[in-house]
Structures are given as C-alpha cells and as structure tokens.
Design a protein around this ligand. Sequence first.
Ligand code: UD1
Ligand code: UDP
Length: 350
Amino acid sequence: MKFITILGARPQFIKAAPVSRELRKRHTELIVHTGQHYDKNMSDIFFEELNIPKPDYNLEIGSSSHGKQTGRMLEKVEDILLTETPDYVLVYGDTNSTLAGALAACKLHIPVVHVEAGLRSFNKKMPEEINRIMTDHVSEYLFCPTKTAVKNLENENVDAKIINVGDVMYDAVEYNRQLAETQSRILENQQIKPGSYHLITVHRAENTDDPIKLSNILDAFAQIEEMKVWPLHPRTKNKISEYGLDLSSIPNLKIIEPVGYLDMLKMESNAKKILTDSGGVQKEAYFVQVPCVTMREQTEWVETLEDDANILVGTNTDEIVQAVIKEVEPSYKPYFGSADAAEKIVEQLT
Ligand code: UD1
Ligand code: UDP
C-alpha cells in the first residue's frame, strides 16, 4: 500500500521516526514536509540523527498566522495528493501541519490515519486543541497513546476505528536512550554535571504570547538558585526580545540554541527536574523518570500528574518556585504502553 506522511514541526519528526522505520518494511511511504519548522536545529537535525528518510516534498510554507499558514499548506498538500493518489494519509499530533494534512486528504476521500489521537486539554483557546478535535473527527484510524485518549474519543462519539497502541514517543525514547547516553557530549560541552541542573523548555503560544505570563515565568526562574539549562525555542526568543524582557537577572542560567534529539534526551535523563510547557517533554520526563513541573493551566497528559511525577502549576511565579523546590518521590506506571506502538500501528494498517 502507498502511504503519504505529512509532517512539519519538531515533535512530528520524532513521532514519525519509529513509525516510518516499521512502515517501510512492508509498504511504500512518501514524506511531505510542510516546512512549518525550517531552522536546521528545528528540522534537518532530526532527519539526520533519527535516520528519517529525506522528505519527498518540502512545501517550504514557513511561519505566518494560523489561517495563512494552514491555508497555504492545504493548497499545496492537495496538489500532491492528487498527483500521488495514496491509499492512506498519515498525520501526527496537533500542529497546523496535522490539520492541513488531514483536511486535504479527507476532502479527497483519502482515509486519514491520526497518530497520537484523542488527546484533550479541554481548552479551545489553544490552537493545538482545535487541531486535535478537527483531525480526530475527519480521520478513519485513530491510534491513541493512552486509555484516557480512547475515552475522550468515545465521549465525543467519533466515528472511526479507535485503537490504543501506546505512545510512539515512548518507542522513540526507548530506541534512542542508550545511544544518547553514549554519543551525546552535551553535558561536557555545557560544563554541567549530571543531576545538578534543571532543564527548561518554554514555547507554548498561551505562555509566550502573553507578556505577563512570560515575565511571571522568568521571575520564577530568577528565584531558583540551581543551575538551569534552557534550549530556547525561536518563538520564545523572539517574544522575549519583542517584550524587552531581561534574562541577565536570572542567576545560573545557560541559554542555548535548540538541540538535537540525542542531546535533549541526555539532558532530560540527567536533569534534577524538568520545567516545561511542552507536551512531548512532559512525557519524556515521565519516561526517563525525572520529576517534571508543567507551566500550563491544563495538560492532556493527565496520567503524568499522579504521585507528583508531574506538577501542573500554571504561570504563577510562587507556584512555579514551590513546585520546583518540593521534594517528590514518584512511582512510574506503564500508562504509555510497551514501546512497540509503531509495530502495532503498522500491523493494524496492514
Ligand atoms: C508549533 C505548534 C505547537 C508545537 C510546536 C513544537 C501549531 C499551531 N503550533 O508551534 O503545537 O508545540 O510547534 O515546537 O502548529 N520559528 C523559527 N524557526 C523555525 C520555526 C519557527 O524562527 O524553524 C519562529 C517563527 O518566528 C515563528 C514562530 O517560531 O513565527 C512560531 O512558529 P510556528 O511553527 O508558527 O509555531 P510554534 O510556536 O513553533
Ligand atoms: N526537543 C529537542 N530539542 C530541543 C527541545 C525539544 O529535540 O531543544 C524535542 C523533545 O525531546 C521532544 C520534542 O522535541 O521530543 C518536543 O517538541 P516541542 O516541545 O517543540 O513540542 P510539543 O511536544 O510541545 O508539541
């Protein structure tokens, strides 16, 4: 069978890697990169490190407002689908590239396969929530990472084949963890000792596009004495500069460029705590069993909240600081499957 995979943003490269590897053992796959992410360290680095086949098409859409970005993708994806006439279109997660791929395909009556289906934050102000709902409702196959995701879809009476296969990001972590430990030199290069630092990522629109929230977050970092390493997402870098916020008053802070997946895994595994608003990073913290503090009002990954493995704090400065200081001893449960989600997906599709 012929599959077209549509992706475009950093987390999708990581999710697609294990599925692509399995899929190509038995089927034909073409990759369409929308170009939503385009900096080398937001895109190419993942294709190289994770051995993802080079995209067959790069639409070079780049950054713009939601409507423009999604619309431009939609138009170009449609042309490719009309030329290539695949049996299935595969999309991942919840970005504008996911929505554009799903919409283009379903209007041409090409069955859509959504991987990481059924997640809900129940906050429709988040662009990701709209992308997830829309994509799930036009897909024919919904591969869910957790039981909660299955329940969410059942509650919405989604008319599709719904299957809990576990989380493809768990596949990716298990596949690359040892490699990261032996190959990554990021700790030496940054001169940081294992267990001595907090790892930070912040990029969600609901935090970065609100100067008050973003400065509350920075104020919290300023009150945390320990070493902090922060690979800075380009969106956040731009917003910090646009709002004239000052990072120099934050002690023991290492701001670095976004890193590749192996460096990221190595930094996550050896961190004291992880402070994030990322969906993927919350889960990876759980997989590598490092306590997490999530600077958002809701999380889709509710399983991670059990036992304080992940503390949801919003963007109140004091609450962030208290959660980081708090001593926790979580236990971790196999909520995310057994790191064979990609195999299960391909088995089902075959
Ligand atoms: C997108 C997804 C978000 C996901 C995130 C992963 C949507 C609506 N949002 O957010 O769900 O969590 O990717 O990282 O799809 N930029 C660069 N270089 C790049 C990419 C982006 O400089 O390679 C800058 C541009 O200024 C751009 C901004 O980052 O305007 C935002 O990029 P965009 O792709 O629109 O959204 P993300 O915030 O990355
Ligand atoms: N990631 C990375 N380098 C970085 C920051 C994140 O490789 O500098 C990886 C991270 O390990 C995870 C994914 O990117 O696998 C998460 O993507 P992101 O946080 O951009 O998006 P989200 O998951 O919130 O949609």
